[in-house]
Design a protein around this ligand. Structure first.
Ligand code: ZN
Length: 409
């Protein structure tokens, strides 16, 4: 079994070295010297910066005539990353995505309402190709225009909503506000896995009346669809016939013991256009030991709890956004939405935590703020300046929301 995986990895490395980038990155490395996974994990990582430096097509590992499409990573400053795909890459991605829908209990009678964007960014088209391969009824909405989203959802009787958690929350709030919940036919939500707390999950599930499934993926590795929750909601099954993953300590680069939180690092096993070897995703998760109750052999990772580059250190305390989610979820009257601002004033780091509440601000803000400050001190180790605001005052986004704004540098 292990030899088998190792052979696949070696084959992928051999292929990757046909690209300009890996030819240089692995120069001096003899693949025949890799005799075990222990040898493999001594190879250097590939990071997003490497991919940027390879702009535009330094990752391409096949001749031009085999490339059928490119995608590009979104939302970051500076040079984009371009990922070329062959016909097989596009097909493999659709196969993985169909498997995702099936694992979430969707079938060809579902009407799949797709709100992620289409275009260079991979999300929308991946949801679309998987839905078509499943034989379902795809509704390629793309993001924005909430009026139209809700109208289509009602008139076309959408049964599955695909969205980021932030956009799903916005739609849930609008449906509630308009009082059209009884006209909505949704039964499932397929939500791009990012760090989102239980409270937000419960609100989306409750207000839309759906079961939620976290789906994982990133543009550099096909796109969304490389792993998803099954109906037991006990972690995302990862499609290890297409990829090999490791969980490492983001600081030391060493593998963490099974079950401990770290950064997921991915090696593609079948990718032709732009294979990646030991790619650092910066997504924090943990491997879930043991077999799932559904009986699938595919191993599981936990929900993404944040990004290794989102961890912030303030006055010696390390803050993971997921810890703040948990902390706020446990306080009555505090909603799931919050924002952290970190400023440097008069030689001191100041952390301000804005949170939404449904309660009347005049009557309750002061007591709630004190509770939040106290809990934050207890659990994270420093006292923030907590500020209560009304529901809907903090921004929602169609893409992933940013919770932490570090204005110190
Ligand atoms: Zn399962």
């Amino acid at each position: 079994m292990q030899m088998n995986t190792l052979d696949k990895i070696k084959k992928s490395i051999h292929h990757a070295m046909k690209s300009v980038f890996y030819n240089k990155h692995f120069s001096g490395i003899n693949i025949n010297d890799i005799k075990s996974i222990d040898d493999f994990v001594k190879l250097p990582f590939t990071d997003k910066e490497d991919l940027r430096h390879s702009y535009p097509l330094g990752l391409q590992a096949v001749p031009d005539e085999e490339i059928v499409r490119v995608h590009s990573s979104s939302g970051t400053t500076g040079t984009p990353v371009i990922i070329p795909y062959t016909k097989k890459d596009v097909q493999d991605w659709a196969i993985m995505f169909r498997r995702c829908y099936e694992t979430a209990g969707c079938n060809n009678l579902d009407r799949i309402h797709i709100t992620p964007g289409y275009g260079l960014w991979t999300a929308g088209i991946g949801f679309q190709a998987g839905a078509e391969l499943l034989g379902a009824f795809a509704i390629p909405m793309g993001p924005g225009n909430t009026d139209k989203q809700i109208k289509m959802m009602i008139d076309l009787k959408s049964t599955v909503i695909c969205a980021t958690s932030s956009y799903a929350l916005l739609l849930a709030e609008e449906i509630e506000k308009r009082g059209v919940r009884d006209k909505i036919h949704l039964r499932k939500g397929v939500i791009g896995s990012e760090r989102w707390g239980d409270k937000m999950r419960q609100r989306i599930a409750g207000e839309l009346g759906v079961e939620l499934y976290d789906i994982y993926g990133l543009t550099e590795i096909y796109g969304p669809g490389i792993g998803i929750d099954c109906i037991h909601n006990s972690g995302m099954h990862m499609w290890t016939d297409y990829l090999y993953y490791e969980i490492i300590d983001p600081k030391t680069g060493k593998l963490v013991p099974e079950g401990e939180t770290g950064e997921i690092v991915i090696t593609t096993l079948q990718k032709e256009g732009a294979p990646l070897i030991r790619y650092r995703t910066h997504d924090l998760t943990r491997a879930i030991p043991g077999k799932c109750a559904c009986g699938r052999e595919y191993p599981r990772i936990d929900r993404i709890i944040g990004r290794s580059d989102d961890m912030v250190k303030v006055r010696g305390a390390i803050i993971y956004p997921s810890r703040v989610d948990e902390l706020l979820a446990a306080i009555d009257g505090v909603s799931s939405e919050y924002q952290i601002m970190i400023d440097h004033l008069n030689g001191k780091d100041i952390l301000t935590l804005y949170f939404e509440t449904k309660l009347d601000l005049d009557a309750h803000a002061s007591a709630l703020e004190k509770t939040v400050e106290h809990e934050f001190k207890q659990r994270i180790g420093l006292i923030p300046k907590a500020k209560a605001v009304g529901m809907g005052e903090l921004p929602r986004s169609e893409k992933k929301s940013t919770r932490v704004f570090d204005n110190r540098y």
